[in-house]
Design a protein around this ligand. Structure first.
Ligand code: NAD
Ligand code: UPG
Length: 482
């Protein structure tokens, strides 16, 4: 506090506009969020639920129209309920100008999809930053980068804002605005719990005021001082949440390093699983035996078809690409990727071993989303596996309880046929592959399904099903790493 570029915290909001402060006198803020995707929308709903005044903006008019009509364009458990609870605190617009002119905190939560060279495409971040610069208000604004961006992007965003604001010189801009990094660690499918009950909050900025404003913004979460919504109960024994306040580059790197670690953990257990299978061991027992060591921990040791989703592949590639700029190799992260994408070949290998010929065979795929409890199909193992089987001449029929609509819209030329139920994709199939561990797949009418198949063979790609139950139902049962 008290640096040339900072402003007194009591001025974060003008006094006359202070609203009620339900969390022990905490100041509520006017927030704008760029991007209403999996991160922006869930963050917006959570911040609005905590009492802040939130405007979510997006360039996608259809998304905004849908949100204004009370319908979330993404599937995330309990999001509809939280949005309803947030009520009038949560607004949506395609026009950032009115809300931005009064905003105290602006989150950037736009997509950073991967490019062919591994670097993320920063076009959306660039356009959001320019828009912020153009519409910046007269008060002080903390711009918070929640998008996962390469190291140094915070400084770049600051320069874009300065340019668009007409300040030109960044030093002038710093009287009105500063940029912070606040990486997001939520998992799809449990996003709201991950936001409200995080393991930690990381904020990074060169400006101490930014870190203080963010500490204030996160206060109810850090202190767990809010009343939990009945449908998102606070985990038992949850205490205060640690805040890691650091510099921009470290915050940006914490995000990539965390994902790289998780990717590596999963790939390591898969590598061990491949050996376990050869020597007649069981990877689920091995993972349990390893995970009970507190230094290792039992989470993210579930062997199977490996990771997918919009983050792990993209972020591990981006980390390698960033290191390359500094002439550094990341052999461990490279190996984690190699192991991961090879896991997807196991399906082809195992089905070939059993069926001998894949041409003309029908394979039913259970699960299209990259993990359960989401409709997200970005880098979903199921889609890659389906393509690898199609390349071998197989016919694919696939089901997913939630991602079916999105998949059939986006993949209508893929050759995949989409079945309305798991039973429908089993009918007439030569094999079933469980690619996503949706809870509803645990108790399917397996006996009936086995009877309708041309060949009752199932490969449990997530080591999720009850082997004895499936064998009892008449299936030849395959799994991974055991
Ligand atoms: N999805 C996750 O689980 C997750 C978790 C942590 C971090 N992240 C990171 O957060 C960022 C967002 O991810 P996501 O999954 O929410 O993406 P998403 O694709 O679901 O949503 C991005 C949204 O940004 C909008 N957008 C693009 N350009 C815009 C602009 N100029 N102005 C306003 N809106 C714009 C898009 O229309 C889209 O609705 C990415 O950098 C991602 O790596 C994602
Ligand atoms: O033991 C495990 C755990 C996960 N997975 C797979 O790994 C992928 C990712 O799962 P998960 O991490 O639960 O979901 P994401 O929503 O992709 O979340 C990851 O990516 C986000 C985006 O960066 C981060 O914010 C989160 O912290 C990080 O967990 C999925 O395909 C899972 O099936 C496994 O194969 N084995």
């Amino acid at each position: 506090m008290g640096t040339e570029n900072s402003f007194p915290l009591s001025d974060v909001r003008a006094d006359e506009s202070c609203r009620e402060e339900p969390f022990g006198g905490l100041k509520l803020l006017k927030i704008v969020i760029y991007g209403t995707g999996y991160v922006g929308l869930t963050t917006g709903a959570a911040m609005a639920f905590l009492g802040h005044e939130v405007t979510c903006v997006d360039i996608d008019e259809a998304k905004i129209a849908s949100l204004r009509g009370g319908k979330s364009p993404i599937y995330e458990p309990r999001l509809d309920e939280l949005m309803e609870l947030a009520g009038g605190n949560l607004r949506f617009s395609v026009d950032p100008a009115p809300a931005l002119s009064e905003a105290e905190v602006v989150f950037v939560a736009v997509g950073t999809p991967p490019m062919a060279d591994g670097n993320p495409d920063l076009t959306a971040v660039q356009s959001a930053a320019s828009s912020i610069g153009r519409h910046l208000g007269l008060g002080f604004t903390v711009v918070v980068n929640k998008s996962t961006v390469p190291i140094g992007s915070g400084h770049w965003v600051e320069s874009l804002i300065a340019e668009a604001s007409g300040e030109g010189d960044i030093r002038n801009l710093r009287n009105r605005c500063c940029v912070a990094s606040n990486p997001e660690f939520l998992r799809e499918g449990s996003a709201l719990c991950d936001i409200l009950y995080p393991d930690r909050v990381v904020v990074g900025s060169e400006n101490p005021t930014a870190n203080e404003v963010l500490a204030r913004l996160y206060e109810p979460i850090l202190q767990q001082s809010f009343t939990a919504p009945w449908f998102l109960p606070r985990p038992e024994g949850m205490g205060a949440v640690p805040l890691v306040a650091t510099d921009l580059a470290s915050a940006e790197l914490i995000k990539y390093a965390s994902n790289a670690f998780l990717c590596t953990k999963i790939s390591l257990i898969n590598e061990i699983g491949n050996l376990a299978e050869k020597v007649g061991a069981d990877i689920t027992h091995i993972a349990r035996g390893m995970g009970l060591d507190a230094r290792i921990g039992g989470r993210f040791l579930q062997a199977g078809l490996g990771w997918g989703g919009s983050c792990f592949g993209k972020d591990s590639a981006a980390l390698i690409a960033t290191a390359k700029e500094y002439d550094i190799r990341m052999p461990i992260v490279e190996a984690a990727r190699e192991v991961n994408y090879a896991q997807r070949d196991l399906v082809v290998t195992k089905l070939l071993n059993e069926l001998k010929i894949l041409k003309g065979r029908t394979v039913g795929i259970l699960g299209l989303a990259f993990k359960p409890n989401t409709d997200d199909i970005r880098d979903a193992p199921a889609l890659d596996i389906a393509q690898r089987l199609i390349d071998r001449g197989a016919r694919i029929q696939a089901h997913d309880p939630i991602a079916l609509d999105r998949a059939s819209c986006q993949l209508n030329h893929s050759g995949i046929r989409f079945g309305p139920t798991a039973e429908a994709v089993a009918a007439g199939a030569d094999a079933l592959v469980l690619t996503t561990d949706w809870a509803m797949y645990r108790d399917l009418p397996w006996k009936r399904m086995a009877k309708t198949m041309a060949n009752p063979l199932i490969l449990d790609g997530r080591n999720f099903l009850d082997q004895a139950q499936l064998v009892n139902a008449g299936f030849r049962f395959l799994s991974i790493g055991r």
